[in-house]
Ligand binder design. Sequence first.
Ligand code: ADP
Ligand code: MG
Length: 613
Amino acid sequence: MPDIVQLLPDNIANQIAAGEVIQRPASAVKELMENAIDASASDIKLVIQDAGKSLVQVIDNGKGMGETDARMAFERHATSKIRNIEDLFLIRTMGFRGEALASIAAVAQVEMKTRKAENETGSFIEIENSKVVRQEPVACAPGTSIAMKNLFFNVPARRNFLKSNAAEMRHIVDEFIRIVLAFPSISFSLVSNGQELFHLEKNSLKQRIVQVLGTQFNARLVSVQEQTDYLTIYGFVGKPDTAKKTRGDQYFFVNNRFIRSAYLNHAVMSAYQDMIPSDSYPLYALFIDLDPSHVDINVHPTKQEIKFEDERIIYAFVQAAVKHALAQFSITPSLDFDLDPDIQRLDAVAKPFTEQRKSEITSSGLYQTFTQKNQAHLVEPSQDSDLRHWKKDNTGENELPSGISNMPVNRIPWDESSAEALAFRLDIPVIQLLNTYLVATTNTGFMLVHQQSAHERILYEKYLAALNGKRIAVQHSLFPVTIQLTAPDAILLGELIPDLHELGYLIEPFGKDSFIIQGTPADLDQGRETAVLEAVLEQFKHYSNNKLFSVREKLIRSMANQRAIKAGKSLMEDEMGKLLEGLFSCEQPNMSPDGKPTYWEFNQDQLQKIFNR
Ligand code: ADP
Ligand code: MG
């Protein structure tokens, strides 16, 4: 019997290897554009014919290649970007495997013109089936133009595997968008079948996002910006009202490279908790920068998946940063529902990110928590938090640290300087409108407060403090009442007894599924104990599937919700005064625990603009 093991011919080996890198025209778009970026181009043109099936061409004004490099570049493992294995872990350029051009050359016909600025002539090179068929000097502009023609002309099985032009074009545009968002300082264009689809001048990130994703986002982006020694996050998220029913327009970049991460996506979505309907998706384009040695980008051939050294830190950080940004923006909730575009352009509505605002943000609590303490691992919560016990279990990636909402980042300190401007005047009577809204005069205008949302906020913070040591006194009842529950409710209440005690309720088990209420907080009217507890349990169950909230968080939210003054209740003057004072002594007075605005502020400038004065 002759031996049967043979080496594959080079061209077949190349084609097989190429399949990993070049799966469709969009893969070539990505690789060629990334090479142009790595070559420091400031202007990059993408030309497509036939959804990339007959032509993908990238023309850049980057540093170009000399004659030898032009040839070498198409060899497998030819790269100018790494020299040794350590470099692989410190990579800051886009490409690094030295496989892209070799792969393209194995599965398409390639023509390249390239010239270094300092050379008088450039090189032209033509390659087919990984073989150079022509190389000669050529007159051309500095930079590089690479044309990939007839993808998979030599691998019919793969060519047949390509999708419809519409589908392939969609992939190309997706790839193009991911790249142009990450490099707003580079100008780009995309021409498909002779028609210019994108023409993007160099711009700010915000304007690039608007150019690419649509002008409807113009006044609807909130800046995210947080920095620590470990990592930086910046970018934009859409205001809650931009959330759409379809996914898309959601982008994460790590060290300027687009990545997919269901886990980090969850972090962003959780920051929007209760601000958007559960089946809708907000826009975001977030950039995380960190030392490349803390990430492993190279885990997937198309380099869109990533491993972080400590995912949970990144999760907590992303969530906190987005929450922070959203809270900042809702200090003056935006007016832009259906308003006139002129009004939408008002400062308070559009909220441009000024230097002053930037310094406000950098002096704010979250920023300080992260930077002062210096290391992101301090994000780890205190002793008794659930997060300490959280382990990634085999239910998979999307399981969340249940204590994450207990983290200090949840409560953003109220900025004193804005409190100053907002100070409401107690010497001028507060008015109640529609038994729901309070109108209070401020130093610069007036504010409109929603009594229920405001009271929910006040109670939430009071209960939170109670669970953190400032317990609420129990007033012992002269005639304790009993409460009879269903078996599941009895189990639930039994678990809540210790926390309820901190909140001023003294409850003891009293036979099967019954409890005796020995005491309640002083402010609770006698006779309402059982009704309140039943309502709290009911509300608690509404949160039962919520993995983000700890038991305690659910309890205080339920309690705040149930005990708050409701809309529709007429209030006495002193009650209104107390409510306003209470609200503005809160750490985060601008929204209710579930993210609804507590007040709107109207200052003189805004009023004048509204009246065209
Ligand atoms: P990698 O990008 O991983 O190094 P590629 O196969 O994509 O591998 O490219 C090989 C080499 O060719 C690059 O390292 C670079 O030196 C050179 N090169 C590719 N494209 C360009 C370009 N547009 N401008 C200048 N040099 C380029
Ligand atoms: Mg490359």
